[in-house]
Design a protein around this ligand. Structure first.
Ligand code: SD4
Length: 318
């Protein structure tokens, strides 16, 4: 049995690439890296890799994390600039004995010394978004923190290895050096091949308060199904945050257990995810909330076409 689940519709093409590897009995680490690279390289996705939106200072700073559920090795980078595939660097770091999590200049130096591909990740399209946002902020006093979708995936291969990984440009207009949950093990991602894995997307500052990916894996270990674990973890954190500070940021998660069963939950409307396994071709679902429960609605072709049209529509300087 193999399987892979990922946050957001933008993962679909990557999941199709991963499927090719997994159905040939390939390694889950290779499959997840391939899938995430596909998202990182597509310039119209403005929250991951090339084309990602910049920080307050107009620089693209990227975060990524990777965990091998067999060995529990982790690798992560935060606020790296000018390298094309953060996920590949994070995965490489997971093979080191120490120094597994590197940020800023240290991450850049490591990538440079190890021959990773350099690339200016700021596209002209992202520059226009930045320019427009600065203008809107002056005119309307908009909050900078909106417009963000992190790619996070959990993958199981036929040798029963579970891995989890993330890649993101984080929040648009974030402070220089800010990192969210995505490169933080336990918050943005977690994998244990004896149980399963989970990954999160949403407001990193809030996701970290619940160490939500670890929490989901822990709930699965106690016997909950991935769907039950995802819903329980999202609802608990959402309730706790509302009680303690009056509001909760966006919290969306996906998980897969060692049997290939999967789950997805969110405290917002419109969170989409992609899932595939041996009997299920890569399919996009949208999470809807009904009476406190999450249901998964199949995304129609019309919905998918509109998603892509919106991502690729021309933008103009205001
Ligand atoms: C972050 N969690 O940097 C990321 C952003 C994200 O959907 O996932 N957005 O806080």
């Amino acid at each position: 049995m193999w399987g892979i689940i990922a946050t957001w519709t933008m993962s679909k093409e990557g999941i199709e690439k991963a499927e090719e590897i997994l159905k040939m009995s390939g390694d889950s680490g290779d499959a997840i890296e391939k899938a995430i690279k596909e998202v990182e390289d597509f310039e119209y996705y403005k929250s991951v890799g090339y084309g990602g939106l910049p920080n307050e200072e107009g620089e693209v700073e990227l975060d990524a994390g990777y965990m091998d559920g067999d060995t529990l090795q982790i690798g992560a980078i935060g606020a790296i600039r000018d390298f094309s595939n953060p996920i590949t660097i994070a995965r490489r770091l997971s093979k080191e004995k120490v120094n597994n999590v590197l940020v800023g200049e240290g991450a850049i130096q490591y990538a440079y010394q190890n021959g990773f591909q350099r690339k200016n990740m700021l596209t002209s399209r992202a520059k226009i978004h930045y320019h427009n946002r600065l203008k809107e902020m002056k005119e309307l006093e908009l909050k900078p923190y909106s417009g963000h979708d992190t790619v996070g995936m959990v993958c199981l291969d036929e040798l029963h290895k579970v891995v989890a990984a993330t890649s993101t440009s984080g929040l648009f207009m974030k402070k220089k050096g800010r990192i969210g949950d995505s490169p933080i093990v336990g918050s943005g991602f977690y994998a244990d091949s004896q149980i399963g894995g989970a990954t999160a997307t949403g407001l990193g500052e809030d996701l970290m308060k619940g160490c939500i990916s670890y929490e989901i894996v822990s709930l699965m270990e106690k016997g909950l199904s991935p769907q039950e674990a995802c819903e329980e973890a999202v609802n608990q954190l959402d309730t706790k945050l509302k009680q303690r500070k009056g509001q909760s940021g966006d919290i969306s998660v996906v998980a897969m257990n060692k049997k290939g069963e999967w789950g997805a939950a969110s405290n917002i409307e419109g969170f989409s995810f992609v899932v595939a396994n041996a009997c299920h071709k890569p399919t996009v679902y949208i999470v809807k909330r009904k009476n406190g429960k999450c249901i998964h609605e199949l995304a129609s072709q019309e919905w998918l076409d509109e998603y892509m049209r919106k991502r690729m529509e021309p933008i103009y300087k205001k």
